[in-house]
Design a protein around this ligand. Sequence first.
Ligand SMILES: NC(=O)c1ccc[n+]([C@@H]2O[C@H](COP(=O)([O-])OP(=O)(O)OC[C@H]3O[C@@H](n4cnc5c(N)ncnc54)[C@H](OP(=O)(O)O)[C@@H]3O)[C@@H](O)[C@H]2O)c1
Length: 372
Amino acid sequence: MTLQAALAGDRPGPSCGSGLGQELARLTYRHQLPYAVHVRAYSIPQFGIDALSLIEKPDLQPGPGQALVAMKAWSLNYRDMLVIQGKYNPKMKLPMTPFSDGTGEVVAVGEGVTRVKPGDRVAGIFMQGWLAGDYRDEYGKTAMGGAIEGVLAEQVVLDAQGLVKLPGYLSFEEAATLPCAAVTAWDSVVTQGQIKAGDTILVLGSGGVSIFALQFARLHGARVIATTGSDAKIERLKALGADHVINYNSTPDWHKEVLKLTGGVDHVVEVGGAGTLVKSMMATRGGGRVSVIGNLSGLSTEVNVGMILHKFLTVKGIFVGSREMFESMLRGMELAHLKPVIDRVFGFEEVRQALDHMEKAAHFGKIVVARP
Ligand SMILES: NC(=O)c1ccc[n+]([C@@H]2O[C@H](COP(=O)([O-])OP(=O)(O)OC[C@H]3O[C@@H](n4cnc5c(N)ncnc54)[C@H](OP(=O)(O)O)[C@@H]3O)[C@@H](O)[C@H]2O)c1
């Protein structure tokens, strides 16, 4: 199925080796595979981590404009957990393959593909249709592992336009952490946030998005205040460059502490949602910005509009980012040799354990799944 069809709202799926799809692929296939491939893929037949199953899919071939990617590594996002549990979209069509983030090597390309070639190391972009420019509603219909099929499979076929090439200094595991969390942090801090040296940024917790936001803020010469619910993570956040770290459990009025330290931050990377949004707004200086990204503590809360009005706040929703942002982020990261923080790497057969690990929230940085 073409990306255009996905943008039009159809349910997409890779070309597969049966019937008309196979015939079409045979006609258009440029680089024949040297061997028959049986692809293992994770599938959600019904909601719940226990229902997650490893199934075999027919071998894949790329259609026109598509690339076949042998996947090597994936990373988990909090969203993947919600998707699998049925909390992200209870009406989601099942079965489906989960996960938005993965990296691998191109093994074949279909007709007309010049953007990538066999042997290239690539990552899929989160919203396959959002290549550049401002967000538009139809891009949301191309979000992998949610609106469309995800990438938790040994091989996937993606539109070549929906891929970015990886810099050589990042391993497949490291680069697999980037498509959702890192691009979201880059969009928030750099593209929308227009960060500059000397700014002060507040990041909440030590999850994937927040640690990337911390790293990107430091990259631009900004001061970072971080919160965490765990004393054990305080030194690790400081080692990454946080100037001050506040434990939000032992200091429930952490926003007052932030105000004492800074007089009000320029920008909050707000991943907490209902339980933290108002405090985040209070911790921001007049004229500052709150990037609304996550809902770790719920979705719905009461907000006093007066605070936005009288403080001249910019309260801005963020939904990951475009391919253009991803590529700009990769250039910035490569120049600085900036490495993602990986908490732990699980095997391809250990995805349920990886999800359990995420659910316990004891991780620091990104949880990764990889295969040899
Ligand atoms: N809008 C978007 O495009 C976008 C993209 C990516 C993620 N998100 C959302 O952003 C949120 C974070 O995602 P993630 O992948 O970074 O999650 P994650 O890696 O699972 O990070 C979660 C961490 O946040 C901290 N935390 C948990 N509850 C908290 C609370 N009530 N207040 C402050 N910190 C809390 C904990 O760190 P400590 O142990 O240090 O406290 C926890 O380990 C999720 O809601 C996710 O759905 C949105």
